[in-house]
Ligand binder design. Structure first.
Ligand SMILES: [Zn+2]
Length: 93
């Protein structure tokens, strides 16, 4: 599993737990979903922004401080987070 997919799984869990404990909040603390394995930035993410990204294959929530990498383009922008669209990675088996 790639780092970004791992962090996506973590974020979905955080999202789920936040809703359970605090009710439906507007923001929650997520982990940056960039593909830098050494990055684990905590970013405050708008819940609707995250949900929209989670529904779209290839969309990832990363820290706004990052620059888009090759093959990525910014589709939405928030105060601390941006949603990048990444072309599907070739499947290597
Ligand atoms: Zn990052």
């Amino acid at each position: 599993m790639s780092t970004r997919n791992l962090f996506r799984a973590v974020n979905l869990e955080i999202r789920h737990l936040t809703r359970r404990w605090e009710g439906e909040t507007t923001r929650f603390e997520a982990v940056c979903e960039c593909d830098d394995a050494s990055c684990a930035l905590a970013i405050s993410v708008d819940r609707a922004l995250f949900d929209a990204a989670a529904d779209q294959p290839g969309h990832y929530v990363v820290a706004a401080a990052h620059r888009p990498r090759d093959g990525e383009r910014i589709v939405r922008r928030d105060s601390e987070a941006v949603v990048v669209e990444r072309r599907p990675e070739p499947v290597t088996t």
